[in-house]
Write a protein that binds this ligand. Structure first.
Ligand code: GLC
Length: 799
């Protein structure tokens, strides 16, 4: 392979000296003598875009990834020139552009280097396809680490690795196998306590080399398109991830039921089996909110049809399931069966909506139904049509949500596993071949699905899932990590992938719990559930041909453990929902790798297993058979062991006991964690009280609880309840203050405050400065206090 790091390679072309400079408000154009233009755009004080043209020619500026709502604006912008460089300076960073080479260097205001070009931008003309391979190389800084890049099934720290992005149907993938289902060309660099991010917004196949080929060089390149990347400065990793996520967007809040437990298999049928499945959940009292129908519900795998034998009355079945509290989610694939008598095929043919090959014929390929044609979802008219196809299924039959699969697109029996590269696409009015459209195809499909589902479930909220994704797909859809395997190694992979996706702006993610291919034993299934309930998307799914994977498919002990952990997820729903709200509104990843949580502690830079669920819960799955516990690293600070109540000091590795019915679980001291009662499904119970688990700390800690109607859009008009709690613990005192916002009235009137780790005996309690007789506050043996949900200050004084 030709890489951009082989200095000797003769095909590479480089910019030479700058001969012209122009400024147009926030944009600067530096033109070199040999016709290269660098367009540098200041987006925010700490975000800059670099775009390079060769031969004086930019392609039209168009991106599917960038969110319309991305924040722009900076407070300061200066431009200067020295003998050797141009300087573009914002309130937070300084970009130097070398006059002779067009190479750039970015530093903070103290001159500390954040990121600098090695060879910088260079390119190679592509005589086979036209255009260029565009390349960039940077100097790797001392002890630099790298994170992000979507769903890569490899060590969380990418240092020393080379990866590429080409969304691929990768059945039963292995550790380190690359590429997989997602193309998220965004990475975070961390060195000298400085974090920065680079988002290479190019949908062609992209490549990244993190000091793999040469120890001191990091490079990225694409097989076509433009060198077009965004740079984000931290120095905190949180700022980098939030800035990238702001640029590429976040989803709206999902309905709360989407955060419940979901059960799937390829496939549950006929309808009697689906009904029986629902009954079994209720009988065994294992909470569950959604049941999935995989491809076999369709008539000969034709999308938007029903197999009338297996499902004679889908509407009736869906209604009955709904009465029992289940939502029905169905699969829709992109391949449309070539069948002249099939209405979807007919409509697409009549309107010329299918993709065509370079020379004109229709693009065809085999998927489940046999030979298929593929709608060109990069055509806005096709997306509109596709969205409307959901009308009957949702508005009439009552399906609640949709799951898009095989949308890489996956094509069977061809070595490339996808559409031929000469296939043409509209690309929203920028016609191109599949080389450019491949990585975005699935995202545009799920975008259309999202529009359709949103339209037809209104006034409820849409819930959509996708397998393939490019950066920005998180605005439309939840996702899962594809066809994994029921092995212990895959449990490790699932953990790393979900953390990595969260760092890559894509938080609504989970794995096929238990493994898709092959069969887990009870122990592996239980351990995987113990991880899966802490993932934003929590679904068991399996290929079905290796045996059953329902919570009761193993032995009674496993069923008990699985129930216990699913119940814990349901108790944690208000916490999880608040995490989602923070993600949706403030771009905060729902799950944080330890390096994100505490980048100043170098111990965190190479950790893979431990993660922070939300802001205040530390989880470390057990990933080996026969374990009675495990060694894990606790980040700095004090942590309450959830199971034992013991308070332990972090900043070191520890052995933590976790027999098969436990997972290492710690709560940050000072946290206030809201709990709902266990429900069999979201909305089963009208909430009469909210439990607040208060974890004592000597010091201050803030916690938040966000709630709303759990569905619908009133929350956008102020119909939410936001509670901010400030905990202030002293040696013999604990003060909790509540600040409330929003107009939504929760159904409960009181809090049950459960105190954990209080180091003193309670002498008096004051609520809003009024002393409360201890007997009326029902101070129970286990230290719970019941008080009105409207309190402003709770003051507990020790003896
Ligand atoms: C793909 C999906 C899997 C699904 C199967 C059948 O392999 O990844 O989840 O069950 O297709 O539709």
């Amino acid at each position: 392979m030709i890489t951009n790091t082989e200095l000797e390679y003769k095909g590479n072309l480089y910019p030479n000296e700058i001969v012209d400079v122009k400024q147009e408000s926030d944009k600067f154009y530096f033109t070199t003598d040999n016709g290269v233009i660098l367009e540098l755009t200041v987006i925010r004080n700490s975000a800059v875009r670099f775009r390079y043209a060769t031969e004086h020619l930019f392609q039209p500026d168009f991106s599917y990834a960038i969110s319309e709502n991305a924040i722009k604006g900076f407070s300061q912008l200066e431009f200067r020139e020295t003998e050797t460089e141009y300087w573009v300076e914002t309130a937070r960073i300084r970009v130097l552009i070398d006059k002779k080479t067009l190479r750039t260097q970015i530093s903070d205001k103290d001159g500390k280097i954040i990121n600098e070009d090695e060879l910088g931008f260079h390119w190679e003309e592509n005589y086979t396809h036209g255009g260029n391979s565009v390349k960039m190389s940077k100097i790797t800084q001392a002890s630099e680490s790298f994170y992000g890049m979507g769903d890569k099934a490899t060590h969380s720290n990418l240092k020393g690795k080379r990866v590429n992005n080409w969304v691929t149907d990768q059945y039963a993938y292995g550790k380190d196998q690359d590429p997989l289902y997602k193309a998220i060309p965004f990475y975070i660099g961390l060195h000298n306590q400085i974090a920065y991010g680079i988002f290479f917004d190019n949908t062609f196949r992209t490549h990244f080399d993190f000091s793999h080929e040469r120890r001191n060089v990091t490079s990225f390149w694409a097989d076509g398109g433009e060198m077009n990347y965004y740079f984000f400065y931290g120095p905190e990793m949180s700022r980098v991830v939030q800035a990238y996520t702001d640029l590429t967007g976040t989803p709206e809040l999902p309905p709360l039921w989407a955060l419940g437990y979901h059960q799937s298999k390829w496939s549950y049928y006929p309808d009697s089996q689906v009904r029986a499945l629902g009954k079994q959940f209720r009988k065994l009292k294992i909470p569950c909110d959604a049941i999935y129908l995989d491809i076999d519900y369709m008539d000969g795998f034709r999308c938007f049809t029903w197999d009338k034998e297996k499902f004679p009355d889908p509407k009736g079945m869906i209604q009955d399931l709904e009465k029992d509290g289940f939502k029905t989610v169905v699969m829709i694939d992109p391949g449309i069966k070539v069948d002249r008598d099939y209405w979807v095929y007919q409509e697409a043919m009549e309107n010329d909506y299918f993709c065509k090959r370079g020379d004109g014929p229709l693009m065809r390929g085999k998927v489940w139904p046999g030979v298929c044609s593929f709608p060109d979802f990069t055509n806005p008219e096709v997306r509109k049509w596709w969205a409307n196809l959901y009308k009957e299924m949702i508005a009439e039959t009552g399906v609640h949500a949709v799951w898009n699969d095989m949308n890489e697109p996956a094509v069977m029996e061809v070595p490339t596993k996808t559409a031929p590269l000469d296939t043409r696409h509209n690309y929203d009015g920028h016609p191109c071949s599949h080389r450019k459209a491949h990585n975005i195809y699935g995202t545009q499909m799920v975008r259309a699905t999202y529009e359709g589902v949103k339209k037809f479930v209104f006034p409820k909220r849409p819930f959509v899932i996708t397998r393939a994704a490019y950066a920005g797909a998180q605005r439309y859809s939840c996702t899962w990590t594809g066809d994994n395997v029921a092995t212990w190694e895959h449990l490790w992979i699932a953990n790393v992938q979900v953390q990595r996706m969260c760092l890559s702006g894509y938080s609504f993610v989970g794995s096929d719990i238990g493994g898709f291919a092959e069969q887990p034993n009870g122990e592996l299934f239980a351990r995987w559930i113990q991880l899966g309930v802490f993932h934003p998307f929590c679904r068991v799914h399996s290929s079905g041909d290796h045996g059953d994977q329902e919570p009761w498919s193993f032995d009674p002990e496993v069923t008990k453990i699985v129930r216990k952990f699913i119940e814990l997820r349901y108790q944690l729903l208000p916490y999880l929902y608040t995490m989602f709200w923070k993600y949706s509104r403030d771009n905060v990843p729902m799950i944080k790798s330890l390096v994100y949580f505490d980048q100043e502690d170098p111990q965190t830079h190479f950790r893979t297993d431990e993660f922070i669920f939300g802001d205040q819960i530390l989880v470390c799955p057990v990933q080996e058979p026969n374990a009675k516990g495990r060694r894990m690293y606790l980040p700095r600070g004090n942590w309450h062991n959830y199971w034992t109540g013991e308070v332990v000091e972090g900043g070191m590795e520890k052995w933590v006991v976790a027999d098969i019915d436990k997972v290492p679980l710690f709560i940050k001291e000072g946290a206030i964690i809201p709990f709902y009662p266990v429900q069999q499904y979201v909305g089963e119970i009208e909430l009469k009280q909210l439990t607040l688990n208060v974890y004592y700390k000597q010091g201050i800690e803030d916690s938040t609880v966000y709630e709303d109607a759990q569905d619908g859009f009133d929350y956008k008009k102020g119909g939410y309840s936001l509670r901010n709690f400030k905990l202030n613990g002293k040696e013999k005192e604990l003060i909790i203050q509540q600040y409330k916002d929003g107009t939504y009235e929760t159904t409960y009137d009181s809090f049950k405050i459960r105190l954990h780790g209080l180091p003193f005996k309670i002498k008096t309690i004051e609520v809003d400065n009024v002393k409360v007789p201890l007997d009326t506050v029902r101070l129970n043996g286990d230290s719970t206090i019941e008080i009105s949900k409207n309190f402003t200050e709770l003051h507990i004084i020790g003896a």
